[in-house]
Write a protein that binds this ligand. Structure first.
Ligand code: TYM
Length: 332
């Protein structure tokens, strides 16, 4: 039986963090045995916000190394770099004819980026969701493991697929955002203001490359207060975030104990943060060390990229042949 196709991507815009891991990469690793998986580094997408390419190569290699260190096996999943698959650019161009300026301008991430970089509102930024749809549809993928922040982009990919199928005939499945834990994940930042991010808010984000001391320092600085005064009271957002982060890496008994301490007003956030810092260190250190070794092995990474590109181009080429045929772009 043919396996269902899965695809996801990560932008090469900086160091990967706990949000990338728990929102996306953890699912990649779980899916690689049972699905036909394609995972890639979105280096073209990175250019929409990071036009300076001095760090791009390092960043691409690091994303690959960190994915492999987290358990992704290039022998099982196809691991490649977006710019090695020109078929994606062709599909992006064709899908652009089915994407309307108004809907692109209304996209939340576009509006956010306009606020963040008013000096560089480029067309790539506006058509970001179209390129993302091309990434997915080029392998006719159905399940797309992503964090909560990508939900709207997935909805747009479905719309573009639907429009194409309606106009030119059925070529694409309508892709869905996927997480094993059902609802999509958003890993909050340590300061309780927003989410962990590759390029913003770095002291409130835990990176997979952070050393032990830095992890401890960031966790200990996380916002807390002097504790509840009423038993069983609601948690303020920043405290709920701490619990949420702790649940990702600590044992259930540990979290339950702090929950109980919270509910009977005996919680000491200093102790909770110390425990969480140690559990974070225990989680991150082995990934960091493995990633550093893989990152240093450029020959191996080159092989991974080459093998991945070949497989991805084969699948993408087959889709493009179908697309051209359905669109009537065949003249002899
Ligand atoms: P990117 O590079 O911002 O993030 C990569 C993945 O990590 C998830 N993520 C998070 N999940 C939970 N909590 C967080 N704080 C958090 N921060 C990031 C993201 O949801 C994502 O799954 N547009 C995409 C890259 C992309 C893509 C694609 C993804 C390009 N083409 C096609 C899927 C399919 C992005 O910027 O991800």
């Amino acid at each position: 039986m043919q396996k269902e196709v899965v695809l996801s991507g990560i932008r090469s815009t900086g160091f990967l963090h706990l949000g990338n891991y728990f929102g996306a990469m953890r699912n990649y690793v779980r899916m690689q045995d049972d699905f036909d998986c394609y995972f890639f580094v979105a280096d073209w997408h990175a250019l929409t916000t990071h036009p300076d390419t001095k760090e791009l190569r390092n960043s691409v290699l690091r994303v690959l190394a960190e994915n492999i260190a987290c358990g992704l096996d290039p022998e099982k999943a196809c691991l490649y770099v977006q710019s090695h698959v020109p078929e994606i650019a062709e599909l992006y161009m064709l899908l652009n004819m089915l994407a309307y300026k108004g809907e692109l301008e209304k996209t939340t991430t576009f509006k956010d980026k306009v606020r963040l970089q008013p000096q560089n509102v480029n067309a790539g930024l506006l058509t970001y969701p179209v390129l993302m749809a091309a990434d997915i549809l080029v392998h006719r993928a159905f399940k797309v493991p992503v964090g909560k922040d990508q939900e709207q982009h997935l909805e747009m990919a479905r719309n573009f697929a639907q429009r194409f199928n309606h106009r030119y005939g059925d070529v694409f499945p309508e892709p869905v955002a996927f997480n094993f834990g059902e609802s999509l994940v958003k890993v909050p930042s340590l300061d309780g203001a927003g989410k962990m991010s590759k390029s913003e808010n770095q002291m409130a984000t835990l990176y997979l490359a952070d050393d032990d001391e830095l992890i401890r320092k960031k966790v200990m600085k996380a916002k807390s207060d002097s504790g509840p005064t009423e038993p069983n009271s609601d948690k303020p957002d920043y405290i709920e975030n701490l619990f949420q982060l702790m649940r990702l890496v600590s044992k259930k008994e540990t979290v339950d104990q702090f929950e109980a301490d919270y509910n009977n007003c005996t919680i000491r956030y200093g102790d909770m943060k110390k425990q969480m810092a140690e559990d974070m260190v225990a989680f991150i250190a082995p990934i960091r060390e493995k990633a550093a070794a893989i990152y240093a092995d450029e020959k191996y990474l080159a092989e991974v990229m080459q093998t991945g590109a070949e497989k991805a181009r084969k699948s993408a080429g087959a889709t493009l042949a179908l697309v051209r045929e359905h669109m009537g772009l065949k003249y002899f």
